[in-house]
Design a binder for this molecule. Structure first.
Ligand SMILES: Cc1cc2nc3c(=O)[nH]c(=O)nc-3n(C[C@H](O)[C@H](O)[C@H](O)COP(=O)(O)O)c2cc1C
Length: 331
C-alpha cells in the first residue's frame, strides 16, 4: 500500500492525510476507533456527550478499541443552553488527548489553554479571514470548509475550488480541505489546490462502523448532489442538511418571514438524533453534504480509507504522470 506524505501527516503523526471531522451524534467511539485503526485521524464529537464526565468515559471507550492516536472536536457555537466548555476542555486534556479540532467561533481561550499542554489544534472554519485569525492565534493547522460541505458552510458561499487555493495563497500552516470530499479524485484535487489533506464527514457516515441506522446510510447512497437544503439562510447561521419534509418546511417558513422561534420545534437536536437512532428519515433535521452524489456504497472504514489512498496514489503516479509529455529532443 503506497503512502502519501504531507505536512499534515508529518505534523500530526497520522499515516494518511485524511481526517474524519466532528459530527454531532455520529462521532462516537465505534467510528473514531475504526478511523484511527485505518490510519486516518478520527475525531470524537465532544458535545455529543451530555456531560464532560460522559466525554471522559467515551474517550476511555475509544482507547479500549484502538492504541492509535485520535482527536476530539470541540464545536463553539451559540447554544440555547450554555455549554461548560472549560470543563469539556479539561476532560479532553486530562484524558491525554493530543489533537483537538475546534470549530465555529474563534477558539482563543481554548488555544491559550491547550497549546501549553502539548495539544495540537486544527481549527475548522469557512473563510480565509477566519483561517488567518486562527493561524495568528497559534493553531497548528486549519481545516477549511467549502460551500459544498455538510453542516455550517458559513455565509460567503465560496466553493472549495476557489476557497482552498485562496487559503493556500495566504496561510503558512498545513491546510485540510473540507467539504465535498469522498474519494481519491477529491484527495488528489485537494493536494493539487495546495492542501495537505482532506476532511470527510458525509462519506464516513456511510460506512459499516458509523453508529447510525442503516436506513440513513442507504439514504446517503441513494441521495444525489441535489438532495440537500440550506436552512437558516435568513438568520445568517446557514446549515446544509438532508432534504426531507422537515428541512423543506423550515426553508419555506423562513422564506415567508418566520423567525427562529417559529421553527424551533422542527429543528430540535433531539429530533435529529432520532433520525440517526431509529432510521426515520423525516423525524427531524440531519446533516449531509452535496458529496452524497458521489457516495455509492457502504464500505468498512478501512476499505474506504485504503481505497481513497490507493485511488489517489494511482491517479498521481499513473494517470497524471502519463499526461506529462516527454520533452521533444532536438534532432
Ligand atoms: C452528521 C454531521 C454532523 C456534523 N456535526 C458537526 C459538528 O458537531 N461540529 C463540526 O465542527 N462539524 C460538524 N459537521 C461537519 C463535518 O465535520 C465536516 O466539516 C463536513 O461534513 C465536511 O463536509 P462533507 O460532509 O462534504 O465531507 C457535521 C457533519 C455531518 C455530516
Amino acid at each position: 500500500m503506497s503512502a502519501l506524505r504531507t505536512r499534515f501527516t508529518e505534523t500530526f503523526g497520522i499515516e494518511h492525510p485524511i481526517v474524519q471531522g466532528g459530527m454531532q451524534w455520529v462521532g462516537r467511539a465505534e467510528l473514531v476507533a475504526a478511523v484511527a485503526e485505518a490510519g486516518a485521524l478520527g475525531c470524537l464529537t465532544a458535545l455529543t456527550q451530555p456531560t464532560p464526565e460522559a466525554l471522559t468515559a467515551e474517550i476511555a471507550r475509544t482507547k479500549e478499541m484502538t492504541d492509535r492516536p485520535f482527536g476530539v472536536n470541540l464545536t463553539i457555537l451559540p447554544t440555547i443552553t450554555p455549554v461548560p466548555y472549560d470543563e469539556y476542555r479539561q476532560a479532553i486534556v486530562e484524558s491525554g488527548i493530543r489533537i483537538v479540532e475546534t470549530a465555529g467561533n474563534l477558539p482563543t481561550e481554548h488555544v491559550e489553554a491547550l497549546r501549553p499542554r502539548g495539544v495540537k489544534i486544527i481549527h475548522k472554519c469557512t473563510s480565509v479571514r477566519h483561517a488567518l485569525k486562527a493561524q495568528s492565534l497559534g493553531v497548528d493547522a486549519v481545516s477549511i470548509d467549502g460551500f459544498e460541505c455538510a453542516g455550517h458552510p458559513g455565509e460567503d458561499d465560496v466553493p472549495g475550488l476557489v476557497l482552498i487555493p485562496r487559503a493556500a495563497e495566504e496561510l503558512s500552516i498545513p491546510i485540510i480541505a473540507s467539504g465535498g470530499f469522498g474519494d481519491g479524485r477529491g484527495l488528489v484535487a485537494a493536494l493539487a489546490l495546495g492542501a495537505d489533506g482532506i476532511n470527510m464527514g458525509s462519506r464516513f457516515m456511510a460506512t459499516v462502523e458509523a453508529p447510525i441506522h442503516d436506513t440513513v446510510k442507504q439514504a446517503i447512497v441513494e441521495g444525489t448532489e441535489l438532495d440537500t437544503e440550506l436552512i437558516f439562510r435568513q438568520l445568517r447561521n446557514t446549515s446544509r442538511v438532508a432534504s426531507n419534509a422537515v428541512s423543506r418546511e423550515v426553508v419555506e417558513e423562513l422564506r415567508q418571514g418566520a423567525g427562529f422561534q417559529d421553527v424551533r420545534h422542527l429543528v430540535a437536536g433531539a429530533r435529529g438524533r432520532t433520525v440517526y437512532e431509529e432510521g426515520d428519515l423525516d423525524a427531524g433535521i440531519w446533516s449531509v453534504g452535496q458529496v452524497q452524489g458521489l457516495i455509492h456504497d457502504v464500505p468498512t472504514v478501512r476499505e474506504l480509507v485504503d481505497r481513497v489512498v490507493a485511488e489517489a496514489s494511482d491517479i498521481i503516479s499513473a494517470r497524471l504522470a502519463g499526461l506529462v509529455a516527454d520533452p521533444v529532443t532536438a534532432g
